[in-house]
Design a protein around this ligand. Structure first.
Ligand code: NPW
Ligand code: ADP
Ligand code: K
Length: 483
């Protein structure tokens, strides 16, 4: 499991560790890791460290100190290192001394942009976890020059200008190719839009110990998902594996039913029961489906329901499903049709799976506001509805009903932005619920497998949602390390 911690928790752990270490030891650990990463990058972009051109962008805090000490290490290896100081009178004095002693130099005011244009590597030490708001005016032209330049950009701890705790980007921020972060991931490195500014992320261990129960974010990895995915045992039968009910589709959108069932059949439940007006289309494509036209209440036993994909205006079916005493996943039209009071009153678990537009409608804000503040939005929705919420998109977030760490998934690909791929996800996750996973586990493991299936299906080319469903077994095998 990869975890991310808030700035406040990092600061507390940092204080405890610093009290036990000689002064400056933590910064030296950070700088050593940073310099090693920079040397690797220089090896790729300039062929070697010796003789390469490195520009340090140095702010007034310890983030700039890290950059200066790392610059000193690179200068000792023969790189030409120049520091551009944003507030010269407040630059880290120890770091500045080390850089000078190693043969590095400080640029004259105003020379920064020209230096960046000719650099092989720009090290962004403008601001780290002490930052508030977007970049300040004096740093904006430097960030813009770094973006224009052919130089590689390595961010120190965080790309300057992004919010460490939320992943929000207000105003300008540095765009990095690589971010070298210290002690732990910060939430902003894992959530868009900030994640996109970070490039690839390397974690440097500086000895911080962080409490397991205080993580803000958790990102499942292959091994975590492998442990969660249900696997039938010798004693299993289709009912013990769980039956998932899918109440989806309408005369206008029969395809949504077919796609939700396609996901459900690949999600680990032993059987899929379908109720709704698209039974013929479902059976034609998936003859193994148990089709009923009696409505959810009389369709037979299920261990979890999926309701809403392509449901049109069928509010009665949504209400009937919400009255069931089993886990319910509400997606698409179901989110609009569900009575908020009925959702809150449920005693069995509920998982809502909006995309940003649907989340915005539920919250009464714009889509852009949700996309800009994904973490706050998913938490707000989970709190309002007393339900788990899976917010879809480039980084999918899953918040539980009672707070706790939010799960983040980044296995997806933008090729998944294709009509119906969300229907496949709802069926897949519903099936995991029927197999007995909790709402947060089902949502996050389902998003992980679905994202991977999207990658496998697309391999760099456009795909339809049915291709994603077809790729789910391959993703599942990949996660379990079989086949
Ligand atoms: N945690 C750890 O374990 C370790 C942490 N380490 C390192 O320390 C870093 C944290 O250092 P930090 O606390 O000195 O804060 P930092 O990020 O340099 O920024 C503060 C300065 O920036 C300024 N400023 C603020 N907002 C701004 C903006 N939007 N745009 C521009 N400037 C802005 C602000 O100015 P002021 O508001 O005071 O005028 C203030 O002077 C951390 O990220 C990591 O790199 C490692 O060395 C070792 C282990
Ligand atoms: N840019 C993106 N990067 C990664 N995944 C994405 C991106 N855009 C959408 N997705 C994923 O594709 C799926 C789309 O779901 P949704 O918006 O509900 O589509 P539909 O309603 O057409 O089925 C979700 O799983 C979402 O997380
Ligand atoms: K930075």
């Amino acid at each position: 499991m990869r975890t991310a911690y808030s700035v406040e928790t990092v600061r507390t752990a940092e204080r405890e560790l610093m009290a036990r270490l000689p002064e400056g030891a933590l910064m030296q650990r950070a700088a050593a890791g940073l310099a090693a990463a920079c040397a690797e990058v220089l090896g790729r972009v300039a062929g070697r460290v010796y003789g390469s051109r490195v520009v340090l962008l140095v702010g007034s805090g310890d983030n700039g100190g890290d950059a200066l000490y790392a610059g000193a290490r690179l200068a000792r290896r023969g790189a030409g290192v120049t520091a551009v100081l944003l507030t010269p009178e407040r630059a880290h004095s120890g770091g500045l001394g080390a850089l000078r002693r190693a043969g590095g130099s400080v640029a004259a005011a105003g020379a920064g942009e020209g230096l960046i244009e000719r650099a092989d590597l720009v090290v962004d030490g403008i601001v780290g976890i002490g930052g508030k708001g977007g970049l300040r005016a004096e740093a904006v032209p430097l960030a813009a020059a770094a973006r224009r330049s052919r130089a590689a950009v390595v961010a120190v701890d965080l790309p300057s200008g992004v919010d460490a705790d939320t992943g929000e980007v207000r105003g300008e921020a540095v765009r990095a190719d690589l971010t070298v972060t210290f002690g732990t991931h910060k939430p902003g490195l894992l959530i868009d839009p900030a994640r996109e500014y970070a490039g690839s992320v390397r974690l440097v261990d500086i000895g911080l110990s962080l409490p397991d129960d205080a993580a803000e974010l958790e990102a499942l990895q292959h091994a975590d998902v492998a442990r969660l995915l249900p696997v039938p045992g010798v004693e299993s039968d289709k009912y013990r594996r769980g039956v998932v009910g899918v109440a989806a589709g309408s005369a206008r959108y029969p395809g949504a039913a077919v796609l939700a069932v396609s996901g459900a059949l690949r999600g680990g439940a032993g059987a899929v029961r379908y109720v709704g007006p698209a039974g013929d289309a479902v059976i034609a494509r998936f003859p193994e489906t148990l089709v009923s036209d009696l409505g959810p209440k009389r369709a037979g036993r299920v261990q979890a329901w999926v309701v809403g994909p392509g449901a049109g205006d069928d509010a009665a079916t949504v209400a009937e499903v919400l009255a069931a005493q089993v886990p319910v996943l509400i997606d698409a039209d179901g989110l609009r049709l569900a009575d908020a009071g009925a959702v809150r009153a449920r005693t069995a678990p509920t998982l809502m799976t909006p995309h940003a537009g649907e989340a915005a409608a539920l919250l009464g804000v714009s889509r852009e506001e949700v996309e800009g503040a994904r973490l706050a939005s998913v938490r707000e929705l989970a709190g309002r509805y007393g339900a788990a919420v899976l917010l879809k998109g480039s980084t999918t977030l899953v918040a539980g009903p009672g707070g706790g760490p939010v799960r983040v998934n980044a296995t997806g690909t933008s090729w998944l932005a294709t009509a119906g791929s969300g229907d496949v996800l709802s069926g897949l996750v519903g099936s995991l619920l029927a197999a007995g996973l909790s709402v947060v586990d089902a949502g996050s493991a389902g998003a992980y497998v679905h994202g991977l299936a999207g990658r496998f299906a697309a391999e760099g080319a456009p795909v339809g949602a049915h291709d994603v469903a077809d790729a789910v077994p391959g993703a599942w095998r990949d996660v379990r390390g079989v086949g």
